[in-house]
Structures are given as structure tokens and as C-alpha cells.
Design a protein around this ligand. Structure first.
Ligand code: ADP
Ligand code: MG
Length: 155
């Protein structure tokens, strides 16, 4: 399954994450790839909103993993950017990938051997405010997410 959508503001990218968030469940894994400043963390903020998380979600780059437990499901936010050199991947990430909550992984390419059949989201910067967002997976458990994306596209 594959779906491409465009957003033209930060708020719209958050809204997109917010609208699909309720369709995820414990064990859902979403990879977020795209250049620095593409909008990966912005999209995650929307997911957090949709999961009714009140804590402020910001970039976990210096933490690798941030956990949010105040929503309807735990949200595990991984930023694998600092795992590029592979010296420190043994920090228990497998516990939260396909764990008891929703796991979102920025820069998933650096830990791809730990990730099986995720919903892949790629964000490309078209210009200052426009983003191309590609959703792709072979995993049928995300079918309802794609149905929702079709719905969003048709409004
Ligand atoms: P990343 O996590 O991919 O490095 P961030 O989400 O931290 O990126 O930053 C995205 C930046 O791009 C923010 O400063 C945001 O305001 C800006 N921006 C502009 N237009 C958009 C858009 N359509 N979607 C997402 N972010 C946007
Ligand atoms: Mg980020």
C-alpha cells in the first residue's frame, strides 16, 4: 500500500498525524525518514496530540528515546540519528519497538535491522512550507490507516 499527500504548513502536518493516530495500537511501528527539518518531529507532535498526550513532544536527538505515558497508549519516540556509528545500539530499543505502545522512529535507516514491517513515512521538503509525505507498507495491519488517508485526501 502506498499513499502520497502534500501539506502546506506545520499545522497541517501535525493535523495529519493527529487524524491517523487513533488508528494505531500497541505494537504499531512508524518509521519517519527525511532530511533534517523535513518535519519528522512535527508529524510526531501530531501523533501525540491524536493519542491525547499533553506533554510537549520535541526532538529526542540528544536522548535517542523519549517515552510518553500520559495518553491513551504509550508513545515511544526514537531518534536514531546518533546511532549512525553503531557503537551504542544495545540500549534496549527492542523493548519498545513492537512493545506495549506506538513506536515512532526518526532516522530509522540507522537501526533498520531492528525494525520489521513498519508503516514507512517519508517526508520531503518541496519549499519553505510545502512537504510531500509518502506513506508505504506491506503490512496489512495498517489498512485502516490507509483508508483514513484516502478519506483525508478527499476532503
Ligand atoms: P525534523 O524532525 O524532520 O528534523 P522538524 O519537525 O523538527 O523536522 O522541523 C520541521 C520544520 O519545518 C519546522 O521548523 C516547521 O515549522 C517547518 N515547516 C514548514 N512547513 C512545514 C510543513 N508543511 N510540515 C512540517 N513542517 C514544516
Ligand atoms: Mg526531528
Amino acid at each position: 500500500m502506498k499513499k502520497i499527500l502534500y501539506t502546506s504548513s506545520k499545522a497541517q502536518t501535525q493535523e495529519l498525524g493527529m487524524l491517523i493516530a487513533p488508528l494505531f495500537e500497541a505494537g504499531s511501528v512508524i518509521t519517519l525518514d527525511g532530511d533534517l527539518g523535513a518535519g519528522k518531529t512535527t508529524f510526531t507532535q501530531g501523533l501525540g496530540k491524536g493519542l491525547k498526550i499533553d506533554d510537549n513532544i520535541n526532538s529526542p536527538t540528544f536522548n535517542i528515546l523519549k517515552c510518553y505515558f500520559d495518553g491513551i497508549l504509550p508513545l515511544y519516540h526514537i531518534d536514531a540519528y546518533r546511532l549512525e556509528d553503531k557503537v551504542n545500539t544495545q540500549i534496549g530499543l527492542e523493548e519498545v519497538i513492537e512493545g506495549d505502545g506506538v513506536c515512532v522512529i526518526e532516522w530509522s535507516i540507522f537501526i533498520k535491522e531492528m525494525i520489521f514491517n513498519p508503516l514507512m513515512v517519508t517526508i520531503e521538503r518541496i519549499d519553505d512550507t510545502k512537504r510531500k509525505i509518502t506513506f508505504e507498507t506491506d503490512n496489512e495491519s495498517y489498512l485502516n490507516v490507509f483508508n483514513k488517508l484516502e478519506e483525508i485526501d478527499n476532503v
